[in-house]
Design a protein around this ligand. Structure first.
Ligand SMILES: Nc1ncnc2c1ncn2[C@@H]1O[C@H](COP(=O)(O)OP(=O)(O)OP(=O)(O)O)[C@@H](O)[C@H]1O
Ligand SMILES: [Mg+2]
Length: 388
């Protein structure tokens, strides 16, 4: 039987008992037992006495903590030692997440787990939501040899992924292999394939066999298929794809290629999370200003998700970080928006345009900011238009 240990928490005037999974045991334990455990700061363990009578015995709080996920079942379900280490690593890995990366615990742990399990990982999400940052962070956390390739920026996939054939008078023709070849030959390497969705289709074709569980080799010569390089033991691929969570994958990337990955979808931050990030990054900027930035960004995201909404896309976290940086350097919200946000929205359609919509949205926060100086604002506006 599984050991049951509960902790007592006080809510109102009740002493509630919960185990580490959050199951409630309050009604199974006498009030005075619960109260006394609470007062002494101890946990209660369920025990069986003579004749099968159960009772609850006070035990140190560490007994309760010991029943929480990473450690529990290890003894009772006979997990091999290596596996228990792995379990511990995965479930305590949230502390390896850098504070500057906002990502929910489950997602982060899934990412770490997939990496240590040697899966091919594809991080998806809209532009500027932290895909590259998260991929780099998990690679840092793993303490394994790492390699970075930005496939969105390569003009010539063959030379980046395979290598070049050279000719020199003395040596004749020879082949110099790419850094990518070196990377896949390195046991336990973690290889970041950034912006895979923007890569040349030739790159996708070359990667097809590399990423296939059953093949895991790179063909050095596409034409006759003679020489191949095998992907070394333990190599993990982490790719990023600029695919909005709302899109179906195949629209942007080849279905067969997508199928070779497990998908980790980056969540777009809500306004609270974004405010938290901005405050963490810019502790010296007035928090209410940062809140406005977070709220503006969030409203655009909500609006763009809305079918009858006026915006086709939302402001990315990358952009709100830029806005906050401008606030830090003494610009106003309206100025920051004018240079970073407005250019992202078309002014086709005049007053019906996305640009007008976003300006009005930002304006709400600007007037908030200077509510006691509204007339001054109007005058400035007025003098602008007459001056031009
Ligand atoms: N979840 C997040 N946590 C912390 N910072 C973030 C997050 N998302 C975005 N940022 C900020 O935005 C910047 C851009 O993030 P990143 O380069 O990871 O985006 P991306 O999803 O890879 O974008 P793209 O699709 O354009 O490649 C980061 O440097 C960081 O300042
Ligand atoms: Mg990126």
């Amino acid at each position: 039987m599984n050991k049951v240990v509960v902790k007592i928490e006080m809510s109102g005037n009740r002493y509630n008992a919960y185990d580490t999974d959050g199951n409630k045991y309050t009604s199974k334990i006498g009030t005075s037992t619960r109260r006394s455990a609470f007062v002494k700061g101890m946990a209660l363990e369920k025990r069986e006495g003579k004749g099968g009578r159960t009772y609850w015995w006070k035990v140190p709080m560490s007994e309760f903590e010991a029943t929480s996920i990473p450690v529990i079942d290890v003894s009772s379900i006979d997990v091999p030692e290596e596996h228990s280490e792995l379990l511990n690593f995965i479930h305590s890995s949230f502390k390896l997440k850098p504070n500057g990366l906002v990502m929910r615990e489950l997602k982060w742990k899934y990412l770490v787990r997939s990496a240590v399990r040697g899966k091919n990982i594809l991080m998806t999400g809209p532009a500027g939501c932290g895909k590259t940052l998260a991929a780099k962070s998990v690679i840092n956390a793993l303490d394994r040899p790492d390699f970075y390739f930005n496939l969105g920026a390569t003009q010539d996939p063959r030379s980046t992924l395979i290598g070049n054939t050279h000719f020199e008078k003395e040596k004749g023709t020879y082949f110099s292999e790419s850094l990518f070849v070196k990377a896949i030959r390195t046991p336990n390497a973690v290889i970041l394939l950034d912006e895979l969705s923007r890569a040349h289709p030739d790159a996708w074709n070359i990667l097809m066999t590399v990423l296939d569980e059953g093949q895991r080799y790179l063909r050095l010569d596409e034409a006759d298929g003679t020489e191949t390089v095998n992907v070394a033991e333990g190599v993990t691929f982490v790719a990023t794809a600029n695919i909005g969570n709302e899109y179906t994958s195949t629209r942007v990337m080849d279905k067969a290629l997508m199928d070779r990955f497990i998908i980790v979808e980056m969540d777009v931050l809500n306004d609270e999370e974004e405010h938290g990030l901005l405050t963490y990054m810019f502790p010296h900027v007035d928090s209410t200003l940062l809140k406005s930035v977070a709220e503006i960004a969030n409203s655009t995201r909500v609006e763009s998700r809305n079918e009858s909404g006026r915006l086709t896309g939302g402001i990315s976290t990358r952009t709100s970080v830029e806005m906050a940086g401008l606030l830090y350097d003494g610009f106003g919200i309206d100025e920051a928006a004018e240079v970073t946000v407005y250019p992202q929205y078309s002014d086709d359609g005049g007053v019906e345009s996305e640009r007008t919509y976003i300006k009005q949205l930002v304006q709400k926060y600007v007037s908030d900011e200077t509510s006691d100086d509204l007339f001054g604002e109007d005058e400035i506006e007025g003098s602008y238009s007459t001056g031009s």
